[in-house]
Design a protein around this ligand. Structure first.
Ligand code: ADP
Ligand code: MG
Ligand code: MG
Ligand code: MG
Ligand code: MG
Length: 447
C-alpha cells in the first residue's frame, strides 16, 4: 500500500468505519456507488473493484463492459449523516475507472476527462484553481414524502434571521460539510424564497469537482433528514431566480504565483488572464451544453433574473457572462463564469472551462473591451455594434454548438462527446413533444 492508502486504512480502523461507499460519476453527472465492507479496503486499493460498466449511463457497449474502480485515497471522508448510535460509521472514497480490456484509464470516466485537462494545463506550466457558488432550493415534502415546489420559508436575500427551519437546515449542512473537510467561506439565503447558497473555498480543479459532487449529496442527505427536499434543478419555479453555480477561475504558476494577477493593469488582470478570458468567451456557446445540460437550464438563462444571456465580460456589473470580481490581494485575482448551473457534471464542466481558456492562451486570443453598461437594456442594434452574441437559447442549439466546436469536442474526447450528444438530443426531442401547462392555459379555451 502507498502511504496515503495506509493512512486511510488506519483511519477506518480508528474511526470504526464498517462500510465504504466507492463512488464515481457517469457522463450525465449522476454519482454511482458500490458499497464494500471495510475489511475489503486494502484489496480495493491494491486490486481495485470490478464492476459491470454496461449498466452505467453512457459508459460502454455491452460487449466491452468490464471496468475496475481504483479508489483515490485523497478523497476519503466519513459520511456525517451515516454515523450510527453504536459509534460505527460509513465513509466514502472517490474512484478512477480503468477499462480492464486495455488496462488504461477509461475514456468515458469524467474524472479522467478532467485529469487530461489538468495535465494540459500542467504542460503549459499552470494549475487551475476553481471556486464554485452553488445555489439550491429547499422544498417541503408532501404526505408521501415526495418533493413539492412549496418553499420552506419566506426569507429574502441576506435575511439574517429567518424565523424558521431553513437556517437550521443550512447550519446542519455546513457542519456536515466542515466535518468532511470543506472550508465553507460564506452561506446566505438567496434572492428567491426557499433558495440558498453555500460558497466553499477554491481548490485545484480535481478537488473542486469532487467537492461539488460531494456537496450535492451532503445537501440532499441532510435536507432529507429534516424531511425537506433539496434540489439543484436550475429553474424549479417560473418567475423567480433560478439556481446557478457561478465558477471562479484562476491559473497559478508552479511557484504558487497567481498568473492572472497584474498589478499594473487597469483590471489587475494579466495578459494570460485576458487570453484565458477570450478563450472562454470564444468557446462559450459550445461549453454551454456541458455547463447547462438540461432542458430546464435554459429557463434560467433568460433576461431579468441575474443570469447571463449575452457573451461579454464586465468588471463592474453582474449581467455579463464573465465578471472580474474585486480582488483585494494578488491571490484573489480571478474571473467568474456566471453561466454554469448546479445540474452540470462538475468534472466535465471544469474540464471544458479549462480547455476553453487554455485554447485562448495557446492562440494568444485578445479579449474584447469590458461592457460596463447593463447589457439587458441593449437593443439588437447596440448589441451588434458591440459585437455581442447570445448564449444558445435551448438545449438543442447548445448541443449543435458543442458539435461544431473542435476544441471542446477534443476536450471531452470522442467517446464522451458522442454519448453526451446522443443522450441530450434524445432528451431535447422528448421535451419537444410535450404539451405544457402554459400551452393549455393559453390556448385550450382560446381556440
Ligand atoms: P461573488 O462575489 O460572486 O458572490 P464570492 O465571493 O461569493 O463571489 O465567491 C468567491 C469564490 O471565489 C469562492 O469560492 C472563493 O474561494 C473563490 N476564489 C477566491 N479566490 C480565487 C482564485 N484566485 N481562484 C479561483 N477562485 C477563487
Ligand atoms: Mg456568492
Ligand atoms: Mg459573495
Ligand atoms: Mg448567488
Ligand atoms: Mg458570484
Amino acid at each position: 500500500l502507498t502511504a496515503d492508502a495506509q493512512a486511510v486504512v488506519d483511519e477506518i480502523e480508528s474511526e470504526d468505519v464498517d462500510f465504504l461507499r466507492i463512488q464515481f460519476t457517469d457522463i450525465l453527472g449522476t454519482v454511482k456507488n458500490v458499497s464494500i465492507p471495510a475489511s475489503q479496503v486494502e484489496k480495493a486499493f491494491t486490486e481495485g473493484i470490478y464492476f459491470d460498466g454496461s449498466s452505467i449511463e453512457g459508459f460502454v457497449r455491452i460487449q466491452e463492459s468490464d471496468m475496475r474502480l481504483i479508489p483515490d485515497p485523497a478523497t476519503f471522508a466519513i459520511l456525517p449523516w451515516r454515523t450510527r448510535d453504536d459509534g460505527t460509521a460509513a465513509a466514502r472514497l472517490i474512484a478512477d475507472v480503468v477499462d480492464t480490456s486495455t488496462g488504461d484509464r477509461f475514456v468515458g470516466d469524467p474524472r479522467h476527462v478532467l485529469r487530461r485537462a489538468i495535465r494540459r494545463a500542467g504542460d503549459m506550466g499552470y494549475t487551475l484553481n476553481a471556486g464554485p457558488e452553488p445555489e439550491f432550493f429547499l422544498f417541503e415534502e408532501d404526505e408521501d414524502g415526495r418533493a413539492t415546489t412549496i418553499t420552506h420559508d419566506a426569507g429574502g436575500y441576506f435575511d439574517l434571521a429567518p424565523k424558521d427551519l431553513a437556517s437550521d437546515i443550512r447550519r446542519d449542512i455546513i457542519y456536515g460539510l466542515e466535518s468532511m473537510g470543506f472550508e465553507v467561506e460564506a452561506s446566505h439565503h438567496e434572492v428567491a424564497e426557499g433558495q440558498h447558497e453555500i460558497d466553499f473555498k477554491y481548490d485545484d480543479a480535481l478537488t473542486t469537482a469532487d467537492n461539488i459532487a460531494t456537496f450535492r449529496s451532503v445537501v440532499r442527505a441532510i435536507a432529507a433528514e429534516h424531511d425537506t427536499h433539496a434540489t439543484f434543478m436550475p429553474k424549479p419555479i417560473a418567475g423567480i431566480n433560478g439556481s446557478g453555480m457561478h465558477t471562479h477561475l484562476s491559473l497559478f504558476t508552479e511557484g504558487g504565483e497567481n498568473a492572472f494577477h497584474d498589478e499594473d493593469d487597469e483590471f489587475n488582470l494579466s495578459e494570460v488572464a485576458k487570453q484565458f478570458l477570450a478563450g472562454v468567451l470564444e468557446h462559450a456557446p459550445a461549453i454551454t451544453a456541458i455547463c447547462n445540460p438540461t432542458v430546464n437550464s435554459y429557463k434560467r438563462l433568460v433576461p431579468g433574473y441575474e443570469a447571463p444571456v449575452y457573451i461579454a465580460w464586465s468588471d463592474v456589473n453582474r449581467s455579463a457572462l464573465v465578471r472580474k470580481p474585486d480582488s483585494r490581494t494578488p491571490a484573489a485575482s480571478r474571473i467568474e463564469l456566471r453561466s454554469p448551473d448546479p445540474a452540470c457534471n462538475p468534472y466535465l464542466a471544469i474540464a471544458v472551462m479549462l480547455h476553453a481558456g487554455l485554447d485562448g492562451i495557446e492562440r494568444g486570443l485578445e479579449a474584447p473591451a469590458p461592457v460596463r453598461e447593463n447589457i439587458y437594456e441593449f437593443d439588437e442594434a447596440k448589441r451588434e455594434e458591440y459585437g455581442i452574441e447570445t448564449l444558445p437559447p435551448n438545449l438543442g442549439r447548445a448541443v449543435d454548438a458543442l458539435e461544431e466546436d473542435e476544441v471542446i469536442r477534443e476536450a471531452l474526447g470522442e467517446h464522451v462527446t458522442s454519448k453526451f450528444v446522443e443522450a441530450k438530443r434524445a432528451e431535447f426531442s422528448e421535451y419537444k413533444t410535450q404539451v405544457s401547462q402554459w400551452e393549455l392555459d393559453r390556448y385550450l379555451e382560446k381556440f
